[in-house]
Design a protein around this ligand. Structure first.
Ligand code: ZN
Length: 193
């Protein structure tokens, strides 16, 4: 067996998918589509080639006395659910209370993006982000909140167009200290009464 060109395999799969929708991948309007769609697909799922933890560890620095909450809010989430391979869109908020080490702010967003460019489950994504921050920064506490709309819920089946899903993980002092926990939730716009 010869080694398969992954791009060719992708583009053949796209042509098969077009045929399955009932259209003709050879008609003029679609002639270049399998190849184009294959490139788009490769880009949307390029999170398998990067280790987000390594990326995050690259830009650590000494906290230099700063011991307050660090919160990166509103990181854009665009991913695909592992159940239907349909888009989920939303935001990710990552907070931690440093214990001597600060993470690069842009690296946090970039590491989250890497994880979103894989087939994902929202609950798993939330946990993977928390694990990653915990392992790399060894903070006093970490909190991750994700709010997302799943197209498998809004565009098919029950068609709950107004519904979104919120997942939340709090650990360490961000879990045990009610004040810090409240600060995190409030700053993320998730604070209740
Ligand atoms: Zn789904």
């Amino acid at each position: 067996m010869t080694a398969e060109d992954p791009m060719l395999a992708r583009s053949q799969a796209m042509a098969t998918l077009i045929r399955a929708t009932g259209d003709d991948p050879a008609r003029p309007g679609l002639a270049a589509t399998p190849e184009r769609a294959a490139r788009a697909h490769a880009e949307l799922f390029d999170g398998y080639d990067v280790n987000p933890q390594t990326l995050l560890a690259e830009a650590m620095e000494a906290a230099d006395g700063y011991g307050g909450l660090v919160l990166v809010r509103g990181i854009r989430l665009y991913s695909h659910c592992e159940h239907h391979m349909l888009p989920m869109e939303g935001v990710v908020h990552v907070g931690y209370l440093p214990d001597g080490h600060l993470l690069g702010l842009s690296k946090i967003a970039r590491a989250v993006e890497v994880l979103t460019r894989q087939l994902q489950g929202q609950e798993r994504l939330t946990k993977e982000i928390a694990d990653m921050v915990e392992k790399v920064a060894r903070p006093k506490g970490v909190a991750v909140a994700v709010a997302a709309r799943h197209h498998c819920i809004t565009e098919r089946g029950v068609r709950q167009t107004g519904s979104d899903t919120v997942t939340l993980i709090t650990r360490g002092v961000l879990d045990s200290d009610p004040g810090l926990r409240r600060d995190f939730l409030g700053l993320c716009g998730l604070g209740g009464s």
